[in-house]
Structure formats: structure tokens, C-alpha cells
Design a protein around this ligand. Structure first.
Ligand code: A2P
Length: 283
């Protein structure tokens, strides 16, 4: 999903800037570049493998339990790493297994596949036991789907995290509270309101970074709306994975540890919630 080479450069700049958490996936088709960037930085002596936190994802076509470990092994081979720090089920529904990433029938409809999420989870647990993933988690799971895993008889490991859309316009108050109670970390994707690419983003929701409140608060601290949005999330305990392929903005998004929003400002930003997703995942 990135022009050839841009991911390699961006990850290297990010590591030099101080980022250690890298959010990847097989379906981003750039894991080879991420792996190369990490390995180059290790070879340079800039970091050690254990400094990096790499998250990989199990795609929808690979939910059948017998496919889980081979799929993770494929990712590790592409990355040329021995383990991922976190491996997550990318979405709670399955597509027909096979070479097509988005399998469709002759009418252009997605071909789904019936699998048992709990069985998929057991295969994820086995990956952790085998040392291929240090931790395991989920993504785009709602409360009921989380509860299905949490209530599974014989559960060995709870999901450590749930990666979902989360930002000032979609604050996820209920899911955040539930996950807090269950000790599940929320990792917020699209923390800056996405790239507004109309092929997959609901652009009827207004651009987050143009928000007057975020900009006004930013002015006070000499920060941008993006920095305020990121600070807001981390201050409420939500992990952020901002995406940028621009060196200046990669650095900008890291300069969020030298200021603190007041309780009043946090409340003001929380009140911006529109309960509207940018990433609707209509499939
Ligand atoms: P670019 O790669 O040109 O920086 P999200 O993390 O919510 O998915 O948002 C990603 C989008 O936000 C990308 O289009 C990215 O563009 C843009 N972006 C990233 N950082 C900033 C920033 N600090 N200010 C404005 N736009 C940003």
C-alpha cells in the first residue's frame, strides 16, 4: 500500500526519531521493507531487536486454525525476524481461504468463510507457546466478540490488546471502559483521522485535523492539531499508531511528550466525539 521503498525509508527515519512500536500487516504488502529497516538499524547498532515492538496481523483468509501458524511463519520469513512482539487477528470475520486477499463471487460479493473465532484464538495461543509471537491480541473486535474469547472454556491467554479506530471524533467510550476493566489495551488506529482516501474512508465525516478546538488548544502549547489529537489519546491510555511517510511529520508526531493537556481540555476534546467512523469496514 506504499510506493516501493518509501516504507523502508520512513521506518528508518521513525526508528532514528525514537519510535519503537511498528504496526504492520501482511496485507500492507510492505513487511519486507519494514523487516529490512529494522535489520539495518540493528546492524548499525542504533537499536537491538528487543527494543522494537512489531505488531503483525492475521488476515481474514487465514482464520482456519491450521492456517494460523503457517501464516505467521510466512510473515516472519518476509520480515526475516524470529518472532513478532504482537500478533493480532485483524478482523473478526473470515473470508474464503486462498490466494485472493479479497475473494469475490461473480457478482462482486465477498465470499465469507465460516470459522470459529475461538478455534482461531487457540491457534494464536499455540503461536505464543511456540515463541513466534510474544503476545497475542485482536483488532476490530466489539465487546461481544471479545467476550466470546474471554469466556472460552480453557482460555490460556487473554487478548492483550484490541486495535480499533480511536480519535477525538470517535472516542470509543464504552469499549474503552470495558477493555480497561478487562486489562485489554486499546490501540487506536487512524489517530489523525486517516488519509481521507475515498476508496476506503467515509469522507462525509469532517477532517479531524481542521477541528477548531484541536487547533485552538494547539496554539496555546505551540503544537499542531495532530500533536494535540495524539496527546489526547495517549493521555487517556490509548496507544496511537499515527501513519506518515513525510519525514517532518514523522518527527512532529513524536513531539508529544513535552506537554500535558489539562483535565478541562481533555473534557473539551472528549466532547468532540461524533460516534462516526472514518473506516466503516463495510465488508
Ligand atoms: P503524510 O504521510 O503525508 O504525512 P492516520 O494516522 O490517522 O491514518 O493519518 C494518516 C494521514 O495523516 C496521512 O495521510 C498522513 O499524510 C497524514 N499526517 C500524518 N501526520 C500528520 C501531521 N502531523 N499533520 C498533518 N497530517 C499528517
Amino acid at each position: 500500500q506504499t510506493p516501493k521503498g518509501s516504507c523502508l525509508e520512513s521506518v528508518k527515519i521513525a526508528i532514528d526519531t525514537g519510535y519503537r512500536h511498528i504496526d504492520g500487516a501482511f496485507v500492507y504488502f510492505n513487511e519486507h521493507e519494514v523487516g529490512q529497516a529494522i535489520r539495518e538499524k540493528i546492524a548499525e547498532g542504533k537499536i537491538k531487536r528487543e527494543d522494537i515492538f512489531y505488531c503483525g496481523k492475521l488476515w481474514n483468509t487465514c482464520h482456519p486454525p491450521e492456517l494460523v501458524r503457517p501464516t505467521l511463519e510466512k510473515t516472519l520469513k518476509i520480515l526475516q525476524l524470529d518472532y513478532v512482539d504482537l500478533y493480532i487477528i485483524e478482523l473478526p470475520m473470515a473470508f474464503k481461504p486462498g490466494d485472493a486477499i479479497y475473494p469475490k463471487d461473480e457478482n462482486g460479493k465477498f465470499i465469507y468463510h465460516e470459522t470459529d473465532l475461538c478455534a482461531t484464538w487457540e491457534a494464536m495461543e499455540a503461536c505464543k507457546d511456540a515463541g513466534l509471537a510474544k503476545s497475542i491480541g485482536v483488532s476490530n473486535f466489539n465487546r461481544r466478540q471479545l467476550e466470546m474469547i474471554l469466556n472460552k472454556p480453557g482460555l490460556k491467554y487473554k487478548p492483550v490488546s484490541n486495535q480499533v479506530e480511536c480519535h477525538p471524533y470517535f472516542t470509543q467510550p464504552k469499549l474503552l471502559e470495558f477493555c480497561r476493566q478487562q486489562d485489554i489495551v486499546i490501540v487506536g488506529y487512524s489517530p489523525l483521522g486517516t488519509s481521507r482516501d475515498e476508496t476506503w474512508v467515509n469522507v462525509s465525516s469532517p477532517p479531524l485535523l481542521k477541528d477548531p478546538v484541536l487547533n485552538a488548544i494547539g496554539k496555546k502549547y505551540n503544537k499542531t492539531a495532530a500533536q494535540v489529537a495524539l496527546r489526547f489519546s495517549i493521555q487517556r491510555g490509548v496507544v496511537v499508531i499515527p501513519k506518515s511517510f513525510n519525514p517532518q511529520r514523522i518527527r512532529e508526531n513524536f513531539q508529544i511528550f513535552d506537554f500535558c493537556l489539562t483535565e478541562k481540555e481533555m473534557k473539551e476534546i472528549e466532547a468532540l466525539n461524533k460516534n462516526v467512523r472514518y473506516v466503516e469496514l463495510l465488508m
